[in-house]
Design a protein around this ligand. Structure first.
Ligand code: PLP
Length: 429
């Protein structure tokens, strides 16, 4: 039998050993660098975050929580997780934080496990009005195992109708009320939601996945004082690594929530993600991040205004978050067609349903835009206003018999100039 020797196992890099994966990764980096990322659920992480992600701590298995693990050798893992927990509590003014959820959906699933039994009722926002899969979609565990009642948005204003929320809460007496969505561009009245939840003894969850960065920077109303539990992702406006966090103002809920995450819905901790979350949470506490988040909001508003001025329809007419939802109902082309056309010119967006959409989720009558990623690389309000005019130009020419290719070539040139001006130097070796 040949004796195993590691040889170059520890020293040979990906480019040397796996050309196929290395090449796809290099192409993906070029795609991000040479296009403008307008998908609201994306961002560009810092070099420090990438460094934290690619460390040998990825080898370490731990279960449980700092000081209470099921495996030895956890002392450095404990330091890292404790840093992330402390930073999350400090940043959001929470009494307790769980930083282990592998994603936002996992964080929400843990909250369901902590407070509900199968068949219990949840009141949450309809997916078609901007809600999230993990808030009770029929295809998701939340919707299969729980009884879901949805509130929507007012057809005329695109905003949550708090009278409807109060009426549904009184009629159905849900055990859990969820506020927050994946395509809702406006602030939510957390105080009123909390009052409704209190009046029927329901638990109140705010899922701040999209606007967490704005909350951290103090440029958006803070849900933490009003909600029993707040969940978030760390990779949208918070500008960090992929993953989720659960926060609460109630120290008394710490153990219930921790046990719901582990052993409730997850096993061992992804420690490299936790390390990168700690990095992101420290970055978000710095003064520079306040400037960043205020710019994200200024940029999304500039984007919305320029679209409206150029004749496009923006749901609710504007935004209070990084999200801008463009409504193309009544046009002969779909959100998917528009997404494909924008992809061709280097503007990456996602097709998205809009309130009152008659098309299905694969086609849709809208696109969702976000300012978090473009802002991270340095784009300002004039750049976002320009992007809005480009998108409106493309919608305009697709709506007529005009020369789509001519407009597309002009926008493509503009995008190339813009991305060259904001290069993200040093992000990769
Ligand atoms: C993005 C998002 C999530 C998290 O999704 P994952 O893909 O599971 O990380 C959860 N809730 C809302 C409202 C979101 O927008």
């Amino acid at each position: 039998m040949t004796r195993y020797e590691p040889g170059t196992y520890f020293s040979a890099g990906l480019v040397e050993t796996d050309a196929e994966v290395a090449s796809a990764l290099a192409s993906e980096w070029k795609r991000q660098r040479d296009g403008i990322e307008l998908i609201a659920s994306e961002n560009h992480v810092s070099r420090a975050t990438l460094d934290a992600l690619a460390s040998p701590i990825v080898n370490k298995t731990v279960e449980g929580y700092p000081g209470d693990r099921y495996y030895g050798g956890a002392e450095h893992a404990d330091v890292i997780e404790q840093l992330a927990i402390g930073r999350a509590c400090h940043l959001f003014g929470a009494a307790h934080a769980n930083v282990q959820p592998h994603s936002g959906s996992q964080a929400n699933l843990a909250v369901l496990l902590a407070f509900l039994k199968p068949g219990d009722t949840i009141l949450s926002m309809d997916l078609s009005a901007g809600g999230h899969l993990s808030h009770g979609s029929k295809a998701n565990l939340s919707g299969k195992w729980m009884n879901i009642v949805h509130y929507g948005v007012d057809a005329a204003t695109g905003r949550i109708d708090m009278d409807q929320v109060a009426d549904l809460a009184a009629a159905h007496r849900p055990k859990l009320i969820i506020a927050g969505g994946s395509a809702y561009p406006r602030t939510i009245d957390f105080e009123q939601f909390a009052a409704i939840a209190t009046s029927i003894d329901a638990t109140f969850l705010v899922d701040m996945a999209h606007f967490a960065g704005l909350v951290a920077a103090g440029v958006h109303p803070d849900p933490v004082p009003h909600a029993d539990v707040v969940t978030t992702t760390t990779y949208k406006s918070l500008r960090g690594v992929r993953g989720g966090i659960v926060l609460t103002k109630h120290a008394s809920l710490a153990r219930t929530l921790d046990r719901a995450v582990f052993p409730g819905v997850q096993g061992s901790v992804m420690l490299n993600l936790v390390a990168a979350k700690a990095v992101c949470l420290a970055e978000a506490a710095r003064p520079e991040f306040r400037v960043y988040a205020a710019q994200v909001l200024d940029n999304s508003r500039a984007l919305a205004s320029s679209l409206v001025e150029a004749g496009a329809v923006v749901v609710t007419g504007g935004t209070d978050t990084p999200i801008v939802l463009v409504d193309i109902r009544g046009r002969a082309f779909t959100g998917k067609d528009l997404q494909d056309q924008l992809d061709e010119v280097g503007l990456t967006v996602n097709k998205n349903g809009v309130p009152g959409d008659e098309r299905g989720p694969r086609e849709t009558s809208g696109i969702r835009l976000g300012s978090s990623a473009g802002t991270a690389r340095g784009l300002g309000r004039d750049d976002f206003a320009q992007i809005g005019r480009w998108i409106a130009d493309i919608i305009g020419v697709m709506s007529t018999d005009g020369d789509v290719d001519a407009v597309a070539r002009r926008v493509e040139t503009g995008v190339a100039e813009l991305t060259a001006a904001y290069p993200m130097d040093g992000a990769v070796d």
